[in-house]
Design a protein around this ligand. Structure first.
Ligand code: PEP
Ligand code: MG
Length: 599
Protein backbone atom coordinates (compact mmCIF):
# COMPACT_ATOMS: atom_id res chain seq x y z
CA UNK A 1 0.00 0.00 0.00
CA UNK A 2 1.30 3.39 -0.96
CA UNK A 3 2.14 5.92 1.75
CA UNK A 4 4.18 9.08 2.19
CA UNK A 5 6.91 10.13 4.58
CA UNK A 6 7.73 13.80 5.05
CA UNK A 7 11.16 15.25 5.65
CA UNK A 8 13.37 18.18 4.71
CA UNK A 9 14.34 18.70 1.10
CA UNK A 10 18.12 18.98 0.83
CA UNK A 11 18.86 18.19 -2.76
CA UNK A 12 16.50 18.87 -5.61
CA UNK A 13 15.06 16.61 -8.26
CA UNK A 14 13.23 13.32 -8.41
CA UNK A 15 14.72 9.89 -7.74
CA UNK A 16 12.84 6.67 -8.34
CA UNK A 17 14.28 3.38 -7.20
CA UNK A 18 14.28 0.47 -4.84
CA UNK A 19 15.07 1.04 -1.17
CA UNK A 20 18.37 -0.18 0.19
CA UNK A 21 18.27 -0.02 3.98
CA UNK A 22 21.64 0.48 5.53
CA UNK A 23 22.31 0.46 9.26
CA UNK A 24 24.21 3.59 10.26
CA UNK A 25 27.01 1.45 11.64
CA UNK A 26 27.39 -0.35 8.36
CA UNK A 27 27.52 2.37 5.79
CA UNK A 28 31.20 1.68 5.27
CA UNK A 29 30.36 -1.65 3.65
CA UNK A 30 31.22 -1.48 -0.05
CA UNK A 31 28.24 -1.26 -2.40
CA UNK A 32 28.79 -2.24 -6.02
CA UNK A 33 27.26 -4.44 -8.68
CA UNK A 34 28.85 -7.55 -10.09
CA UNK A 35 28.41 -8.99 -13.59
CA UNK A 36 26.47 -12.20 -14.21
CA UNK A 37 29.62 -14.26 -14.79
CA UNK A 38 31.00 -13.16 -11.41
CA UNK A 39 27.95 -14.32 -9.44
CA UNK A 40 29.27 -17.78 -8.55
CA UNK A 41 32.66 -16.41 -7.49
CA UNK A 42 30.92 -13.90 -5.24
CA UNK A 43 28.80 -16.66 -3.68
CA UNK A 44 32.05 -18.55 -3.09
CA UNK A 45 33.49 -15.56 -1.20
CA UNK A 46 30.46 -15.68 1.04
CA UNK A 47 30.75 -19.44 1.49
CA UNK A 48 34.47 -19.23 2.34
CA UNK A 49 33.74 -16.50 4.88
CA UNK A 50 31.02 -18.65 6.44
CA UNK A 51 33.41 -21.65 6.67
CA UNK A 52 36.12 -19.46 8.17
CA UNK A 53 33.75 -18.07 10.80
CA UNK A 54 32.40 -21.56 11.56
CA UNK A 55 35.89 -22.84 12.25
CA UNK A 56 36.70 -19.67 14.25
CA UNK A 57 33.65 -20.21 16.46
CA UNK A 58 34.28 -23.96 16.87
CA UNK A 59 37.89 -23.29 17.86
CA UNK A 60 36.74 -20.71 20.37
CA UNK A 61 34.28 -23.16 21.82
CA UNK A 62 36.82 -25.99 22.00
CA UNK A 63 39.36 -23.79 23.71
CA UNK A 64 37.05 -22.30 26.29
CA UNK A 65 38.70 -22.66 29.70
CA UNK A 66 36.99 -25.05 32.09
CA UNK A 67 36.08 -22.21 34.44
CA UNK A 68 34.28 -20.23 31.69
CA UNK A 69 30.58 -19.72 32.40
CA UNK A 70 28.31 -22.21 30.67
CA UNK A 71 26.43 -19.31 29.05
CA UNK A 72 29.46 -18.54 26.94
CA UNK A 73 29.45 -21.93 25.29
CA UNK A 74 25.69 -21.71 24.80
CA UNK A 75 26.16 -18.30 23.18
CA UNK A 76 28.68 -19.67 20.73
CA UNK A 77 26.17 -22.41 19.92
CA UNK A 78 23.61 -19.75 19.10
CA UNK A 79 26.11 -17.97 16.88
CA UNK A 80 26.94 -21.19 15.05
CA UNK A 81 23.27 -21.90 14.59
CA UNK A 82 22.61 -18.41 13.21
CA UNK A 83 25.59 -18.75 10.91
CA UNK A 84 24.21 -21.91 9.31
CA UNK A 85 20.63 -20.72 9.22
CA UNK A 86 19.24 -20.57 5.70
CA UNK A 87 17.62 -17.20 6.39
CA UNK A 88 21.03 -15.64 6.73
CA UNK A 89 23.52 -17.12 4.30
CA UNK A 90 20.94 -18.79 2.05
CA UNK A 91 18.89 -15.65 1.61
CA UNK A 92 22.03 -13.56 1.20
CA UNK A 93 22.76 -15.56 -1.94
CA UNK A 94 19.44 -14.36 -3.29
CA UNK A 95 20.69 -10.75 -3.27
CA UNK A 96 23.82 -11.81 -5.11
CA UNK A 97 21.99 -13.93 -7.69
CA UNK A 98 18.97 -11.76 -8.28
CA UNK A 99 20.30 -8.29 -7.66
CA UNK A 100 23.98 -8.72 -8.45
CA UNK A 101 25.02 -7.07 -5.18
CA UNK A 102 28.58 -7.74 -4.03
CA UNK A 103 28.75 -10.23 -1.15
CA UNK A 104 29.24 -7.67 1.66
CA UNK A 105 26.33 -5.58 0.46
CA UNK A 106 24.13 -8.66 0.03
CA UNK A 107 24.93 -9.75 3.57
CA UNK A 108 24.11 -6.38 5.11
CA UNK A 109 20.92 -6.17 3.03
CA UNK A 110 19.79 -9.50 4.46
CA UNK A 111 20.80 -8.45 7.96
CA UNK A 112 18.47 -5.46 7.66
CA UNK A 113 15.58 -7.75 6.66
CA UNK A 114 16.21 -10.11 9.57
CA UNK A 115 16.86 -7.36 12.10
CA UNK A 116 13.42 -6.00 11.40
CA UNK A 117 11.87 -9.42 11.95
CA UNK A 118 13.66 -9.69 15.27
CA UNK A 119 12.45 -6.21 16.28
CA UNK A 120 8.88 -7.29 15.72
CA UNK A 121 9.10 -10.44 17.87
CA UNK A 122 6.90 -10.64 20.95
CA UNK A 123 9.29 -12.77 22.94
CA UNK A 124 11.95 -10.64 24.61
CA UNK A 125 14.55 -13.41 24.62
CA UNK A 126 14.18 -13.91 20.88
CA UNK A 127 14.13 -10.16 20.25
CA UNK A 128 17.46 -9.85 21.98
CA UNK A 129 19.00 -12.40 19.62
CA UNK A 130 19.28 -9.56 17.10
CA UNK A 131 22.52 -8.52 18.76
CA UNK A 132 23.89 -12.04 18.23
CA UNK A 133 22.93 -11.93 14.61
CA UNK A 134 24.74 -8.61 14.22
CA UNK A 135 27.85 -10.07 15.79
CA UNK A 136 27.79 -13.02 13.41
CA UNK A 137 27.44 -10.68 10.44
CA UNK A 138 30.30 -8.58 11.77
CA UNK A 139 32.48 -11.71 11.88
CA UNK A 140 31.46 -12.62 8.33
CA UNK A 141 32.29 -9.14 7.06
CA UNK A 142 35.66 -9.28 8.77
CA UNK A 143 36.36 -12.71 7.30
CA UNK A 144 35.52 -11.37 3.85
CA UNK A 145 37.82 -8.41 4.35
CA UNK A 146 40.64 -10.86 5.22
CA UNK A 147 39.93 -13.11 2.25
CA UNK A 148 40.62 -12.37 -1.43
CA UNK A 149 39.00 -9.16 -2.59
CA UNK A 150 36.34 -9.36 -5.24
CA UNK A 151 37.97 -8.76 -8.58
CA UNK A 152 34.97 -6.57 -9.32
CA UNK A 153 35.49 -4.21 -6.43
CA UNK A 154 36.03 -0.70 -7.76
CA UNK A 155 39.58 0.61 -7.52
CA UNK A 156 40.01 3.24 -4.79
CA UNK A 157 38.62 6.46 -6.18
CA UNK A 158 36.99 4.63 -9.08
CA UNK A 159 33.29 4.40 -9.75
CA UNK A 160 31.57 1.19 -8.76
CA UNK A 161 30.06 -0.87 -11.53
CA UNK A 162 26.66 0.34 -12.45
CA UNK A 163 25.44 -1.47 -15.48
CA UNK A 164 22.28 -1.10 -17.50
CA UNK A 165 19.38 -3.32 -16.60
CA UNK A 166 19.65 -2.92 -12.83
CA UNK A 167 16.90 -1.13 -10.97
CA UNK A 168 18.01 2.25 -9.66
CA UNK A 169 18.61 2.26 -5.90
CA UNK A 170 17.80 4.68 -3.14
CA UNK A 171 19.68 4.56 0.15
CA UNK A 172 17.65 4.70 3.36
CA UNK A 173 19.40 5.06 6.73
CA UNK A 174 18.68 6.36 10.18
CA UNK A 175 21.70 8.65 10.03
CA UNK A 176 24.91 8.92 8.08
CA UNK A 177 28.05 10.62 9.32
CA UNK A 178 29.39 13.31 6.94
CA UNK A 179 32.53 11.32 6.19
CA UNK A 180 30.50 8.23 5.35
CA UNK A 181 28.31 10.28 3.09
CA UNK A 182 31.45 11.27 1.28
CA UNK A 183 32.16 7.67 0.38
CA UNK A 184 28.80 7.49 -1.35
CA UNK A 185 30.00 10.14 -3.78
CA UNK A 186 31.16 7.25 -5.89
CA UNK A 187 28.26 4.95 -5.41
CA UNK A 188 25.38 3.27 -7.13
CA UNK A 189 22.68 5.22 -5.31
CA UNK A 190 20.43 7.67 -7.11
CA UNK A 191 18.89 9.18 -3.98
CA UNK A 192 19.20 9.37 -0.19
CA UNK A 193 16.81 9.38 2.73
CA UNK A 194 17.80 9.73 6.39
CA UNK A 195 15.64 9.85 9.51
CA UNK A 196 17.60 12.63 11.17
CA UNK A 197 19.53 15.76 10.22
CA UNK A 198 18.84 19.37 9.36
CA UNK A 199 18.99 21.06 5.98
CA UNK A 200 22.49 22.44 6.48
CA UNK A 201 23.92 19.55 8.49
CA UNK A 202 27.17 18.43 6.92
CA UNK A 203 25.59 15.14 5.92
CA UNK A 204 23.02 17.12 3.94
CA UNK A 205 25.73 19.35 2.48
CA UNK A 206 27.66 16.38 1.15
CA UNK A 207 24.43 14.84 -0.21
CA UNK A 208 23.71 18.09 -2.01
CA UNK A 209 27.20 18.17 -3.47
CA UNK A 210 26.45 14.81 -5.09
CA UNK A 211 23.62 16.47 -6.97
CA UNK A 212 21.16 13.67 -6.43
CA UNK A 213 17.76 14.02 -4.76
CA UNK A 214 17.87 13.67 -1.00
CA UNK A 215 15.54 14.08 1.96
CA UNK A 216 16.75 14.26 5.58
CA UNK A 217 14.87 14.47 8.86
CA UNK A 218 12.31 11.96 7.56
CA UNK A 219 11.91 10.70 11.15
CA UNK A 220 10.63 7.11 10.91
CA UNK A 221 11.65 6.45 7.30
CA UNK A 222 14.24 3.77 7.98
CA UNK A 223 11.83 1.96 10.28
CA UNK A 224 8.77 1.91 8.05
CA UNK A 225 10.39 1.53 4.64
CA UNK A 226 11.30 -2.07 3.87
CA UNK A 227 14.26 -3.44 2.00
CA UNK A 228 13.49 -3.39 -1.72
CA UNK A 229 10.34 -1.20 -1.53
CA UNK A 230 9.84 1.03 -4.54
CA UNK A 231 10.45 4.64 -3.57
CA UNK A 232 9.99 8.05 -5.11
CA UNK A 233 12.03 10.88 -3.60
CA UNK A 234 10.62 14.28 -4.31
CA UNK A 235 13.72 16.29 -3.44
CA UNK A 236 12.00 19.62 -4.09
CA UNK A 237 9.19 19.08 -1.60
CA UNK A 238 10.99 16.79 0.87
CA UNK A 239 8.46 13.99 0.34
CA UNK A 240 9.15 10.30 0.09
CA UNK A 241 6.47 8.16 -1.55
CA UNK A 242 6.69 4.49 -0.74
CA UNK A 243 5.20 1.94 -3.13
CA UNK A 244 3.73 4.60 -5.46
CA UNK A 245 0.68 3.87 -7.63
CA UNK A 246 1.24 3.65 -11.42
CA UNK A 247 -0.34 7.10 -11.91
CA UNK A 248 1.90 8.76 -9.31
CA UNK A 249 4.91 6.97 -10.74
CA UNK A 250 4.09 8.20 -14.24
CA UNK A 251 3.75 11.77 -12.99
CA UNK A 252 7.12 11.62 -11.29
CA UNK A 253 8.78 10.02 -14.30
CA UNK A 254 7.48 12.97 -16.31
CA UNK A 255 8.93 15.41 -13.78
CA UNK A 256 12.20 13.53 -13.84
CA UNK A 257 12.43 13.95 -17.61
CA UNK A 258 11.58 17.64 -17.30
CA UNK A 259 14.26 18.16 -14.72
CA UNK A 260 16.84 16.33 -16.90
CA UNK A 261 15.93 18.65 -19.76
CA UNK A 262 16.27 21.65 -17.44
CA UNK A 263 19.75 20.55 -16.40
CA UNK A 264 20.79 20.08 -20.00
CA UNK A 265 19.59 23.57 -20.83
CA UNK A 266 21.46 25.05 -17.87
CA UNK A 267 24.67 23.22 -18.68
CA UNK A 268 24.90 25.33 -21.82
CA UNK A 269 25.63 28.33 -19.61
CA UNK A 270 28.90 26.77 -18.50
CA UNK A 271 31.16 29.10 -20.44
CA UNK A 272 28.95 32.19 -20.17
CA UNK A 273 30.41 34.77 -17.79
CA UNK A 274 28.13 35.61 -14.86
CA UNK A 275 27.24 39.25 -15.48
CA UNK A 276 24.08 41.00 -14.28
CA UNK A 277 21.75 42.90 -16.60
CA UNK A 278 23.38 46.14 -15.48
CA UNK A 279 26.84 44.84 -16.28
CA UNK A 280 28.10 43.79 -12.83
CA UNK A 281 30.48 40.85 -13.03
CA UNK A 282 29.82 38.17 -10.41
CA UNK A 283 32.37 35.56 -9.34
CA UNK A 284 30.86 32.06 -9.00
CA UNK A 285 33.18 29.74 -7.09
CA UNK A 286 32.94 26.12 -6.01
CA UNK A 287 32.79 24.46 -2.59
CA UNK A 288 34.69 21.17 -2.55
CA UNK A 289 35.36 18.43 0.00
CA UNK A 290 38.08 16.43 -1.73
CA UNK A 291 40.74 17.34 -4.31
CA UNK A 292 38.96 15.16 -6.89
CA UNK A 293 35.94 17.48 -6.70
CA UNK A 294 37.97 20.13 -8.49
CA UNK A 295 37.12 18.39 -11.76
CA UNK A 296 33.40 18.84 -11.16
CA UNK A 297 34.08 22.46 -10.23
CA UNK A 298 35.80 23.15 -13.54
CA UNK A 299 33.18 21.27 -15.50
CA UNK A 300 30.48 23.37 -13.89
CA UNK A 301 32.25 26.56 -14.97
CA UNK A 302 33.51 27.66 -11.53
CA UNK A 303 36.13 30.41 -11.72
CA UNK A 304 37.90 29.04 -8.67
CA UNK A 305 37.38 27.20 -5.40
CA UNK A 306 35.87 29.43 -2.75
CA UNK A 307 35.87 26.79 -0.02
CA UNK A 308 37.89 23.57 0.22
CA UNK A 309 36.60 21.90 3.40
CA UNK A 310 39.93 20.35 4.34
CA UNK A 311 38.51 18.53 7.38
CA UNK A 312 37.25 15.73 5.17
CA UNK A 313 40.89 14.69 4.73
CA UNK A 314 41.07 14.26 8.51
CA UNK A 315 38.04 12.06 9.10
CA UNK A 316 37.70 8.33 9.69
CA UNK A 317 41.38 7.67 10.17
CA UNK A 318 41.13 5.95 13.53
CA UNK A 319 42.97 8.72 15.29
CA UNK A 320 45.84 8.96 12.84
CA UNK A 321 45.78 12.38 11.21
CA UNK A 322 47.17 13.05 7.74
CA UNK A 323 50.78 14.22 7.90
CA UNK A 324 52.21 17.31 6.21
CA UNK A 325 53.25 15.52 3.02
CA UNK A 326 49.95 13.74 2.60
CA UNK A 327 48.06 16.99 3.05
CA UNK A 328 50.41 18.84 0.74
CA UNK A 329 49.77 16.26 -2.01
CA UNK A 330 46.00 16.67 -1.59
CA UNK A 331 46.14 20.48 -1.71
CA UNK A 332 48.55 20.43 -4.60
CA UNK A 333 46.26 18.08 -6.52
CA UNK A 334 43.35 20.51 -6.11
CA UNK A 335 45.50 23.53 -7.00
CA UNK A 336 46.95 21.89 -10.09
CA UNK A 337 43.54 20.64 -11.20
CA UNK A 338 42.22 24.20 -11.04
CA UNK A 339 44.88 25.25 -13.47
CA UNK A 340 45.78 28.71 -12.24
CA UNK A 341 42.34 29.54 -10.83
CA UNK A 342 42.30 30.43 -7.13
CA UNK A 343 41.79 27.70 -4.52
CA UNK A 344 40.66 28.81 -1.07
CA UNK A 345 41.71 26.19 1.45
CA UNK A 346 39.97 26.37 4.79
CA UNK A 347 41.95 25.05 7.72
CA UNK A 348 40.41 22.08 9.44
CA UNK A 349 36.90 22.61 10.80
CA UNK A 350 36.62 19.54 12.99
CA UNK A 351 34.03 19.35 15.76
CA UNK A 352 30.28 19.98 15.99
CA UNK A 353 28.63 17.64 13.47
CA UNK A 354 31.99 16.70 11.91
CA UNK A 355 33.78 14.52 14.45
CA UNK A 356 37.11 12.94 13.57
CA UNK A 357 35.82 9.43 14.00
CA UNK A 358 32.85 7.81 12.35
CA UNK A 359 30.02 9.27 14.36
CA UNK A 360 26.96 11.12 13.22
CA UNK A 361 25.80 14.34 14.88
CA UNK A 362 22.97 12.44 16.48
CA UNK A 363 25.23 9.80 18.01
CA UNK A 364 27.54 12.56 19.22
CA UNK A 365 24.73 14.37 20.97
CA UNK A 366 23.48 11.24 22.63
CA UNK A 367 26.87 9.92 23.62
CA UNK A 368 28.30 13.08 25.01
CA UNK A 369 25.11 14.84 26.06
CA UNK A 370 26.52 18.26 25.35
CA UNK A 371 26.35 20.73 22.56
CA UNK A 372 29.36 20.17 20.33
CA UNK A 373 28.47 23.14 18.11
CA UNK A 374 29.53 25.43 20.95
CA UNK A 375 32.58 23.42 21.85
CA UNK A 376 36.12 22.90 20.66
CA UNK A 377 35.65 23.14 16.92
CA UNK A 378 37.28 24.80 13.92
CA UNK A 379 39.99 27.39 14.77
CA UNK A 380 39.51 26.68 18.48
CA UNK A 381 40.56 23.08 17.90
CA UNK A 382 43.43 24.06 15.60
CA UNK A 383 44.83 26.52 18.14
CA UNK A 384 44.60 23.91 20.86
CA UNK A 385 46.78 21.59 18.73
CA UNK A 386 49.56 23.95 17.60
CA UNK A 387 51.77 21.19 16.17
CA UNK A 388 48.97 19.87 14.01
CA UNK A 389 47.99 23.40 13.01
CA UNK A 390 51.50 24.36 11.89
CA UNK A 391 51.70 21.13 9.94
CA UNK A 392 48.52 22.00 8.05
CA UNK A 393 49.67 25.57 7.44
CA UNK A 394 52.99 24.33 6.06
CA UNK A 395 51.18 21.92 3.74
CA UNK A 396 48.91 24.71 2.47
CA UNK A 397 51.81 27.12 2.03
CA UNK A 398 53.78 24.52 0.05
CA UNK A 399 50.80 24.03 -2.29
CA UNK A 400 50.99 27.76 -3.07
CA UNK A 401 54.11 27.08 -5.13
CA UNK A 402 51.86 25.28 -7.64
CA UNK A 403 49.08 27.81 -8.20
CA UNK A 404 46.96 30.49 -6.58
CA UNK A 405 46.18 29.53 -2.98
CA UNK A 406 44.16 31.46 -0.41
CA UNK A 407 43.99 30.49 3.23
CA UNK A 408 40.69 30.64 5.08
CA UNK A 409 40.24 30.43 8.86
CA UNK A 410 36.93 29.04 10.16
CA UNK A 411 34.84 30.35 13.02
CA UNK A 412 36.97 33.23 14.19
CA UNK A 413 35.25 35.02 17.08
CA UNK A 414 38.05 36.64 19.07
CA UNK A 415 40.78 38.99 17.90
CA UNK A 416 43.20 36.91 19.95
CA UNK A 417 42.41 33.99 17.64
CA UNK A 418 43.26 36.16 14.66
CA UNK A 419 46.56 37.20 16.23
CA UNK A 420 47.51 33.66 17.27
CA UNK A 421 46.65 32.31 13.83
CA UNK A 422 48.85 34.87 12.10
CA UNK A 423 51.69 34.18 14.53
CA UNK A 424 51.40 30.46 13.86
CA UNK A 425 51.45 31.18 10.14
CA UNK A 426 54.62 33.24 10.51
CA UNK A 427 56.23 30.36 12.39
CA UNK A 428 55.13 27.88 9.72
CA UNK A 429 56.69 30.12 7.04
CA UNK A 430 59.96 30.27 8.99
CA UNK A 431 60.01 26.50 9.31
CA UNK A 432 59.59 26.13 5.56
CA UNK A 433 62.37 28.62 4.87
CA UNK A 434 64.66 26.71 7.24
CA UNK A 435 63.74 23.46 5.50
CA UNK A 436 64.36 25.05 2.08
CA UNK A 437 60.81 24.37 0.90
CA UNK A 438 59.16 26.64 -1.68
CA UNK A 439 56.02 28.68 -1.12
CA UNK A 440 54.61 32.03 -2.19
CA UNK A 441 52.72 34.84 -0.52
CA UNK A 442 49.13 33.94 0.15
CA UNK A 443 46.13 35.96 1.18
CA UNK A 444 44.59 35.08 4.53
CA UNK A 445 40.86 35.34 5.09
CA UNK A 446 38.43 34.84 7.95
CA UNK A 447 35.15 33.04 7.86
CA UNK A 448 32.51 35.27 9.33
CA UNK A 449 30.11 32.77 10.81
CA UNK A 450 29.52 33.80 14.40
CA UNK A 451 27.62 36.97 15.27
CA UNK A 452 30.57 38.17 17.39
CA UNK A 453 32.86 38.64 14.39
CA UNK A 454 30.02 39.89 12.19
CA UNK A 455 29.20 42.62 14.72
CA UNK A 456 32.81 43.71 15.17
CA UNK A 457 33.97 43.20 11.60
CA UNK A 458 36.15 46.35 11.21
CA UNK A 459 38.48 45.08 13.91
CA UNK A 460 38.87 41.72 12.12
CA UNK A 461 39.41 43.43 8.78
CA UNK A 462 42.64 44.88 10.18
CA UNK A 463 44.04 41.35 10.39
CA UNK A 464 42.63 39.66 7.30
CA UNK A 465 42.91 40.22 3.55
CA UNK A 466 39.40 38.95 2.77
CA UNK A 467 36.31 37.51 4.42
CA UNK A 468 33.95 34.72 3.51
CA UNK A 469 30.56 34.56 5.17
CA UNK A 470 29.56 31.12 6.40
CA UNK A 471 25.80 31.54 6.48
CA UNK A 472 25.18 27.98 7.66
CA UNK A 473 26.83 28.68 10.98
CA UNK A 474 25.91 32.35 11.08
CA UNK A 475 22.24 31.31 11.04
CA UNK A 476 22.86 28.55 13.58
CA UNK A 477 24.57 30.87 16.04
CA UNK A 478 22.36 33.92 15.46
CA UNK A 479 19.13 32.02 15.96
CA UNK A 480 20.47 29.46 18.47
CA UNK A 481 19.27 26.62 16.27
CA UNK A 482 21.36 23.46 15.98
CA UNK A 483 21.72 23.11 12.22
CA UNK A 484 21.94 19.32 12.47
CA UNK A 485 18.82 18.83 14.58
CA UNK A 486 15.66 18.07 12.62
CA UNK A 487 13.54 18.80 15.71
CA UNK A 488 14.24 22.53 15.37
CA UNK A 489 14.75 22.58 11.62
CA UNK A 490 11.53 24.55 11.11
CA UNK A 491 13.10 27.42 13.08
CA UNK A 492 16.30 27.46 11.04
CA UNK A 493 15.38 30.51 9.00
CA UNK A 494 17.79 32.24 6.60
CA UNK A 495 15.09 34.89 6.04
CA UNK A 496 15.14 36.00 9.67
CA UNK A 497 15.65 39.81 9.73
CA UNK A 498 18.54 39.38 12.20
CA UNK A 499 20.38 37.10 9.78
CA UNK A 500 19.78 39.34 6.77
CA UNK A 501 20.77 42.40 8.77
CA UNK A 502 24.10 40.82 9.73
CA UNK A 503 24.76 39.73 6.18
CA UNK A 504 24.06 43.15 4.70
CA UNK A 505 26.23 44.79 7.32
CA UNK A 506 29.22 42.49 6.79
CA UNK A 507 29.05 42.84 3.00
CA UNK A 508 28.79 46.64 3.18
CA UNK A 509 31.59 47.05 5.74
CA UNK A 510 33.97 44.71 3.92
CA UNK A 511 33.35 46.51 0.63
CA UNK A 512 33.81 49.89 2.27
CA UNK A 513 37.17 48.71 3.61
CA UNK A 514 38.16 47.52 0.13
CA UNK A 515 38.29 43.87 1.24
CA UNK A 516 37.07 40.99 -0.90
CA UNK A 517 33.89 39.46 0.51
CA UNK A 518 32.19 36.24 -0.48
CA UNK A 519 29.38 34.03 0.81
CA UNK A 520 30.20 30.33 0.95
CA UNK A 521 27.27 28.96 3.00
CA UNK A 522 24.31 27.19 1.44
CA UNK A 523 22.51 30.49 0.82
CA UNK A 524 24.99 31.20 -1.96
CA UNK A 525 23.71 28.20 -3.93
CA UNK A 526 20.04 28.88 -3.32
CA UNK A 527 18.52 30.92 -6.17
CA UNK A 528 15.90 32.32 -3.81
CA UNK A 529 18.57 34.56 -2.32
CA UNK A 530 20.58 35.50 -5.40
CA UNK A 531 18.90 38.85 -6.12
CA UNK A 532 18.95 39.85 -2.46
CA UNK A 533 22.65 39.04 -2.07
CA UNK A 534 23.42 41.00 -5.22
CA UNK A 535 21.33 43.87 -3.87
CA UNK A 536 23.51 43.84 -0.75
CA UNK A 537 26.53 44.40 -2.99
CA UNK A 538 27.86 40.85 -2.96
CA UNK A 539 29.80 39.96 -6.09
CA UNK A 540 31.32 36.62 -5.10
CA UNK A 541 29.43 33.44 -4.23
CA UNK A 542 30.78 29.98 -3.51
CA UNK A 543 28.60 26.87 -3.76
CA UNK A 544 28.46 23.22 -4.78
CA UNK A 545 29.48 22.86 -8.39
CA UNK A 546 26.03 21.47 -9.19
CA UNK A 547 24.41 24.77 -8.15
CA UNK A 548 26.55 27.07 -10.29
CA UNK A 549 24.46 26.90 -13.48
CA UNK A 550 21.17 27.73 -11.72
CA UNK A 551 22.72 30.64 -9.86
CA UNK A 552 24.34 31.92 -13.02
CA UNK A 553 20.97 31.87 -14.74
CA UNK A 554 19.60 34.06 -11.92
CA UNK A 555 22.55 36.43 -12.06
CA UNK A 556 22.08 36.89 -15.80
CA UNK A 557 18.44 37.89 -15.23
CA UNK A 558 19.09 40.30 -12.35
CA UNK A 559 19.42 44.05 -12.46
CA UNK A 560 21.57 44.54 -9.36
CA UNK A 561 21.16 48.32 -9.33
CA UNK A 562 17.37 48.20 -9.32
CA UNK A 563 17.39 45.44 -6.71
CA UNK A 564 19.67 47.55 -4.52
CA UNK A 565 16.92 50.19 -4.45
CA UNK A 566 14.63 47.62 -2.81
CA UNK A 567 17.13 46.55 -0.17
CA UNK A 568 16.31 48.96 2.61
CA UNK A 569 12.63 48.08 2.51
CA UNK A 570 13.32 44.32 2.53
CA UNK A 571 15.71 44.60 5.46
CA UNK A 572 13.26 46.70 7.45
CA UNK A 573 10.34 44.33 6.88
CA UNK A 574 8.98 41.99 9.53
CA UNK A 575 8.60 39.40 6.80
CA UNK A 576 11.57 39.94 4.48
CA UNK A 577 10.71 36.90 2.38
CA UNK A 578 7.28 38.30 1.46
CA UNK A 579 8.80 41.74 0.86
CA UNK A 580 11.41 40.20 -1.40
CA UNK A 581 8.70 38.48 -3.45
CA UNK A 582 6.85 41.77 -3.71
CA UNK A 583 10.01 43.48 -4.92
CA UNK A 584 10.52 40.76 -7.53
CA UNK A 585 7.00 41.31 -8.83
CA UNK A 586 7.46 45.07 -8.92
CA UNK A 587 10.70 44.74 -10.84
CA UNK A 588 9.14 42.27 -13.22
CA UNK A 589 6.29 44.62 -13.98
CA UNK A 590 8.75 47.48 -14.40
CA UNK A 591 7.11 49.58 -11.70
CA UNK A 592 9.89 49.43 -9.16
CA UNK A 593 11.50 52.79 -9.85
CA UNK A 594 8.16 54.65 -9.78
CA UNK A 595 6.92 52.86 -6.64
CA UNK A 596 10.22 53.77 -5.00
CA UNK A 597 9.44 57.40 -5.72
CA UNK A 598 6.01 57.08 -4.15
CA UNK A 599 7.54 56.22 -0.76
C1 PEP B 1 29.13 27.80 6.82
O1 PEP B 1 29.09 27.68 8.04
O2 PEP B 1 28.29 28.46 6.17
C2 PEP B 1 30.18 27.14 6.03
C3 PEP B 1 30.33 27.37 4.76
O3 PEP B 1 30.98 26.24 6.67
P1 PEP B 1 30.47 24.79 7.12
O4 PEP B 1 29.13 24.56 6.46
O5 PEP B 1 31.48 23.80 6.66
O6 PEP B 1 30.38 24.90 8.58
MG1 MG C 1 30.78 26.90 9.10
Amino acid sequence: MSFQVFGLPVSRGVAIGRAVLVASSRVDVAHYFIDEERVEAEVMRLRSARDAVASELSTLQRELPAEAPAELSALLDVHLMLLHDETLTGATKHWIHERHYNAEWALSAQLEVLARQFDEMEDEYLRERKADLEQVVERLLRAMARGPASSFAPAPGGRPRDFAGEDPLVLVANDIAPADMLQFKRSVFTGFITDVGGKTSHTAIVARSMDIPAVVGAREASRIIRQDDWIVIDGDAGIVIVDPSPIVLEEYRFRQRQSDLGRERLSRLRHTPAVTLDGERVELLANIEMPGDAIAALEAGAVGVGLFRSEFLFMNRQGELPGEDEQFEAYRAAVEAMNGLPVTIRTVDIGADKPLDRMSANELRHEHALNPALGLRAIRWSLSEPGMFRQQLRAILRASAFGKVRLLIPMVAHLSEARLTLETLTRARQQLIEAGKAFTDIEVGAMIEVPASALTLPAFLRYFDFVSIGTNDLIQYTLAIDRADEAVAHLYDPWHPAVLGLLARVIAQARAAGKHVSVCGEMAGDPEFTELLLAMGLRSLSMHPSRIASIKERVLRTDARRWAQQLERILAADEPEAECRRAAQLLLSGRADSSQNEQ
